[in-house]
Design a protein around this ligand. Structure first.
Ligand SMILES: [Zn+2]
Length: 272
């Protein structure tokens, strides 16, 4: 289920740049090509309800919606992952962020965002969703998705997660959306996919898997903001033609409950 990530390459007209700053720390920037429409669009959800995420540890006490990009904070690392020694928390020379530094071996623990990969599976004008049988968001619907593993590609991870959660063998068709959630250090990469055989069944982490017509998507019972946005973008695209490729920032409102999937702004929306 949901389990670093640097992109270097191009997707549907987007060029991704990776700039090395200090040590392990990278920043992404984008160059749009002439085929890309740049849409600085901001979605604002009309009501407050929930994001759920296993990696959320804490957030600030403010309940006001973020009007600018939210900045996530790293989890506290108290012991060195190399030698087990206690750490101190300082900004290393030449760096700009506080890191956990081992007081015995000097190793610096760099924490980077995690990538979640998944599939938006189209079949007979319907979409395959899974009802979660695990926390967080037990009983809510999601696209099959989870943390990418070391040693696998993003597509391999998306296919694996789909098999594990939905018992479905799929063929990836194209990338559909990359959604960054800076506050919690995650990036979602969702692929459009097709069933290779018309069979699916819930895996250990799902209680039910079901194909939903686009008019029947259970918006009030979805598990994560990323899934809500992915489905909205897909349906918008289908209404006017074919799916595009989307990039955007999900800025969760600081202080909102992880289960409040509508508590976000969707910023810097770029699409092919
Ligand atoms: Zn150490």
């Amino acid at each position: 289920m949901l389990r670093s990530i640097q992109f270097l390459g191009s997707y549907s007209g987007f060029l991704f740049h990776r700039l090395k700053l200090h040590g392990n720390h990278y920043r992404l920037s984008f160059i749009t090509t002439s085929t890309t429409t740049r849409c600085f669009r901001q979605f604002r959800a009309s009501s407050i309800r929930s994001e759920s995420n296993p990696d959320v540890t804490s957030s600030s006490s403010s309940s006001a919606p973020a009007t600018s990009r939210s900045i996530g904070s790293a989890r506290k690392i108290n012991f060195c992952q190399s030698c087990g020694g206690p750490t101190k928390h300082e900004i290393p020379d030449g760096d700009e962020k506080e890191r956990a530094i081992c007081t015995l071996c000097g190793k610096i623990a760099y924490e980077n965002p995690k990538m979640v990969v998944g599939c938006l599976i189209e079949h007979d004008n319907k979409i395959l969703l899974c009802k979660r049988k695990i926390q967080p968001s037990y009983g809510l619907w999601t696209l099959p998705a989870g943390y990418m593993e070391i040693g696998e590609s993003a597509t391999e991870g998306a296919i694996r997660e789909t098999w594990e959660e939905a018992g479905a063998k799929v063929k990836v068709i194209s990338p559909f959306a990359q959604l960054d959630i800076p506050l919690i250090g995650q990036t979602y990469l969702i692929f459009l996919a097709k069933l290779m055989t018309p069979h699916f069944s819930p895996g250990p982490e799902s209680s039910e898997c079901k194909l939903f017509a686009l008019d029947d998507i259970p918006y009030e019972s979805l598990s994560f903001s990323s899934m809500l946005i992915t489905l909205k973008l897909y349906i918008e695209d289908i209404k006017v033609g074919k799916p595009k490729f989307h990039y955007g920032l999900i800025n969760k409102w600081p202080g909102t409950s992880p289960s409040e999937i509508h508590a976000y702004t969707f910023d810097y929306h770029l699409r092919t």
